[in-house]
Design a protein around this ligand. Structure first.
Ligand SMILES: Nc1ncnc2c1ncn2[C@@H]1O[C@H](COP(=O)(O)OP(=O)(O)OP(=O)(O)O)[C@@H](O)[C@H]1O
Ligand SMILES: [Mg+2]
Length: 231
């Protein structure tokens, strides 16, 4: 299943006559990590949800290769900005996703727990775990079943440098295999470290779209220059 190029054509989204996303056009063949950046309220989470299919758009506006968003539903997953977990242990949360995805390998949970270094807390109810641990568990859940695309909404925003490094390595490893990553981030040094392509939003519109390499050497408008200098 080829999910690239991703082509988004004239995507608009409005609520109560207010544009949240306006005339979004994307044409990308970037296989690794595409960053969606922009100030608070610029539409990053909304764009991610539209690509994920949580916010319904007319079918013709988003095409993944030959496929529509609903046709790739089973091949992708999303980690939300504030992850929602079941009121059970980490182990049971992971087991739940594995059952839902009909995965028969009985060691799968153990493998994921090991991969994400969750052994010491796997039997703790998620209501007691820290914000950073929640994000890590949510990422563990999202990689179950090897989805072709993972959407990550600020996956490291609550993490300390050690956790952040760990998660960035996981994201990088996923992207180096065959997983396409779309993630939002406010963290300029992180964008430099792992981003390959950047889509910069302002007030629901795309202000800039190119490789991150070019992004960091070009001259920009004040808004982007400030974002780079203070991010
Ligand atoms: N369901 C909704 N009803 C009304 N307004 C909404 C709704 N969803 C999003 N918005 C508005 O759309 C704008 C974009 O929201 P979005 O969550 O996509 O921003 P963001 O770029 O992810 O911001 P942040 O960096 O703070 O996470 C915001 O002004 C938000 O208040
Ligand atoms: Mg957001």
């Amino acid at each position: 299943m080829r999910i690239l190029p991703l082509i988004v054509k004239n995507l608009n989204y409005e609520i109560n006559n207010n544009f949240i996303l306006k005339d979004i056009n994307i044409n990308t063949t970037e296989k690794k990590i595409t960053i969606i950046a922009g100030n608070n309220g610029s539409g990053k989470s909304t764009l991610l949800k539209a690509l994920h299919g949580l916010i319904k758009m007319p079918e013709s506006t988003i095409k993944w290769g030959e496929f529509t968003t609903s046709e790739i539903k089973k091949n992708q997953s999303m980690v939300f900005q504030t992850p929602i977990l079941l009121n059970r242990t980490i182990y049971e949360n992971l087991l739940y996703v594995i059952k839902q995805k009909n995965i028969k390998d009985k060691y799968y949970v153990d493998k994921i727990i090991k991969k994400l270094n969750l052994e010491s807390i796997m039997n703790i109810n998620t209501k007691y775990i820290s914000g950073g641990e929640r994000q890590k568990v949510a990422i563990a859940m999202s990689i179950i079943g090897d989805p072709k695309i993972i959407f990550l909404d600020e996956p490291t925003s609550q993490l300390d440098p050690v956790y952040k490094n760990e998660i960035e390595n996981i994201i990088n490893n996923l992207a180096s295999s065959t997983t396409k990553i779309f993630m939002t981030s406010h963290d300029i040094s992180q964008i430099k470290r792992i981003g390959k392509e950047i889509i910069f939003l302002d007030k629901g519109k795309i202000l800039y779209q190119n490789s991150t390499e070019k992004f960091f050497i070009q001259k920009h408008c004040d808004l982007i220059e400030n974002y780079i200098n203070f991010g």
